[in-house]
Design a protein around this ligand. Structure first.
Ligand code: T46
Length: 135
């Protein structure tokens, strides 16, 4: 699956911690957009889509949540709870985010501006898209 854990450097001193990431260094694309998700009730699930071209890096900057990822071969559940660990997510991967703690803030760095045309929100369409990509 086109996922890659990115270990970010954490600079810790008596004042607390600072974590950084730079374009084309830790982040393998030019960042065109950021967005963040917070205030999600623990019982709610978000996502239910894949992207056709978008590359993303996910960073859980506070709290914890889980994300289910799926491509044409496998499913993986990743438990996010470390703000110094980012996850690169390539195109063509279905995702469902759930199990948000009250204090969870999920930051997403994105390689493209927002376009609804890049979303595949229908699961059967996603399956066809990834099968076609494989051939
Ligand atoms: C993703 C997961 C992790 C915008 O207008 N601009 C934006 O940049 C974004 C990201 C969303 N929107 C609008 C589209 C919808 O009307 O915000 C609304 C909520 O978006 P959505 O239902 O897609 O939210 P999630 O949490 O299901 O998915 C989001 C991202 O959309 C998606 O790219 O990978 O977070």
């Amino acid at each position: 699956m086109d996922l890659k854990v990115i270990h970010l450097e954490e600079i810790k001193d008596e004042r607390g911690s600072l974590v950084f990431a730079e374009t084309q260094k830790e982040i393998p694309f030019d960042i065109k957009r950021i967005y963040y998700i917070f205030g999600v009730e623990n019982s709610k699930r978000r996502g239910y889509h894949a992207h056709k071209k978008l590359e993303q890096v996910f960073i859980l900057i506070s709290g914890e949540c889980k994300i289910l990822f799926e491509d044409n071969k496998e499913k993986k559940i990743i438990h996010f709870n470390n703000p110094a660990e980012a996850l690169y997510v390539g195109p063509g991967i279905w995702r469902e985010m759930y199990g948000f703690s009250k204090d969870a803030v999920l930051l997403v760095l994105a390689s493209l501006h927002y376009s609804e045309d890049d979303y595949i929100r229908d699961y059967d369409e996603f399956k066809k898209f990834v099968d076609k990509k494989e051939k």
